[in-house]
Design a protein around this ligand. Structure first.
Ligand SMILES: [Zn+2]
Length: 499
């Protein structure tokens, strides 16, 4: 059997002013062919699982593409054409099975449904070849995607620590399809529901219960049951929550999807996040720290209004400024992307002292004016190339690159400033610049969820901080023009009748 596999991952925040070019799809851009296969082999991604599963069966597998970029604005058309083109070209040769590791929420300059467009092109060149797809739990699923795929399974964890397991699940379904010569049935139910990313963690609340129900349905014989929280910071028709069920026949798959959708709809209010005022969150962090002086590790302040893994600019200083205003001390923060400040610090050299105009240089992305940079007197403590190998559970073993990076000490703590936006998904974002993140009283991270598996174990407490960034949980800051309406909670009385 000749298997073609590929990974093309991007979660697009259509409000984000951060551009997305081909070079962003990997530490040194995307990789293709044998290089992509070598890079992905042994990794904990869905593509890594495809390769492991194929090789365990002694099948021949070729990898067209390995590409993943941090969430950011719409993907350049040229980047999409190069990446999708590499997969479609490979599929138009002889291949018996196509395995794809996609996100599900990629939007390009020309296509609101980039995964649907890729799958449509693949169906056109390889109409009889089975296509099985692994997706992110935040995928915005569309009719085209469902119509053009034979099997589909999404992650069941957020933070996403089951990418490999999801890939293995998809490979298992695909091999079952090949061995039995039977195509499974897919059922998709889209809810009129825009969830908040902070309410899509699978360890609590309605999302946890939905995923438990999905697992139960799989235990009862359905091939795959996936709950997609969707990615709501995308002004496209199909943003939001849906479920996809893969089963032996259409009736069983549809019944499972209806049950799952009904349960989610009943609990829809639990998918809405209500923000606390920033000043109150910072004051709470201060109290938590003071009340636990006998404990070690920082209080984490998660700046989810500028969350890199949702398309944040990674350059806003709102939370740091509020901490300084309230007199917090021993504050660690980072990464903050500001190439100008990095260049100045490198020119000053280690030990150099300078006044920097920090952050707030990208357009805000919102219909509110950007605030001015933060003036800060700093001393340069370290300079690094910003590359680190991930040791935490998400993307374990991969090398990520923040661009040139510096550690800057100021009167109230230490900052890691980088050339490129970077989610603090691993302690390596600090340690590669010689900073120990566990040594602070407070640690500001531009993250919602990805930081948690690595940073919660070294922290004494966690406080969510909503700043006025392009990944804010306050939907009133955004103007949706393409989203299907009515949709809850923007339209509180949106109707839904599954089944
Ligand atoms: Zn996700």
């Amino acid at each position: 059997m000749k298997i073609l596999a590929a990974r093309m991952n991007h979660e697009t925040n259509t409000f984000s002013p951060v551009p997305t070019a081909l070079a962003d799809f990997g530490p040194d851009g995307p990789t293709f062919g044998a290089q992509a296969c070598a890079q992905a082999r042994g990794g904990r991604t869905a593509l890594g699982a495809f390769i492991a599963a194929a090789e365990a069966r002694g099948e021949q597998i070729t990898v067209a593409l390995n590409a993943t970029a941090n969430p950011s604005g719409r993907v350049d058309d040229a980047a999409f054409e190069r990446m999708a083109g590499s997969i479609v070209d490979a599929a138009s040769g002889a291949c018996d099975l196509i395995l794809l590791d996609l996100h599900g929420a990629m939007v390009t300059q020309s296509f609101d449904d980039a995964e649907g467009e890729l799958l449509r092109r693949l169906r056109a060149v390889a109409p009889r070849t089975p296509i099985a797809v692994a997706l992110d739990l935040h995928g915005n699923i569309t009719q085209t995607m469902v119509d053009c795929a034979d099997a589909m399974v999404g992650f069941k964890t957020y933070p996403h620590i089951d990418m490999f397991e999801t890939g293995a699940h998809v490979a298992r379904l695909a091999f079952q399809m090949m061995d039995s010569h039977e195509r499974p049935a897919l059922a998709w139910v889209q809810l009129p529901l825009l969830s908040h990313t902070l309410r899509s963690a699978t360890g609590e609340g309605a999302m946890q219960r939905a995923v438990q129900r999905a697992r139960q349905l799989e235990g009862e014989g359905l091939y795959g049951a996936s709950v997609f929280a969707g990615f709501s910071l995308a002004d496209i028709r199909d943003a939001g929550v849906s479920v996809v069920v893969c089963g032996r026949d259409q009736q069983a798959a549809q019944a499972g999807a209806d049950v799952l959708a009904q349960q989610i709809w009943v609990e829809r209010a639990d998918f809405v996040y209500r923000s606390e005022q920033l000043a109150r969150s910072v004051a709470r962090a201060k109290t938590l720290q003071a009340a636990s002086a006998d404990q070690r590790g920082p209080v984490l302040l998660l700046d989810h209004g500028d969350n890199v893994m949702s398309g944040g600019t990674c350059d806003t200083t709102t939370v740091l400024q509020e901490c300084l205003r309230q007199g917090l001390q021993r504050i660690g923060a980072g990464p903050l992307a500001d190439p100008q400040t990095v260049a100045q610090a490198i020119a000053a050299g280690v030990g150099g002292r300078l006044r920097v105009a920090l952050g707030n240089k990208m357009p805000s992305g919102l219909e509110v004016p950007q605030q001015p940079p933060l003036a800060l007197d700093v001393a340069v403590r370290a300079i690094s190339d910003g590359r680190f190998c991930i040791s935490g559970p998400i993307y374990c073993g991969e090398t990520w690159a923040m661009g040139r990076s510096v550690a800057l000490e100021h009167a109230a703590g230490m900052l890691v400033v980088t050339e490129r936006p970077m989610e603090p998904l691993d302690l390596g974002v600090f340690t590669c610049v010689g900073v120990d993140p566990s040594g602070f009283d407070f640690l500001i991270l531009k993250s919602r969820m990805y930081c948690r598996p690595s940073f919660v174990p070294i922290a004494r407490a966690l406080v969510e901080c909503d700043s006025r960034g392009v990944t804010s949980s306050d939907y009133a800051l955004f103007t949706f023009t393409r989203l299907r309406r009515p949709v809850y909670p923007l339209d509180p009385d949106a109707p839904f009748n599954p089944g």
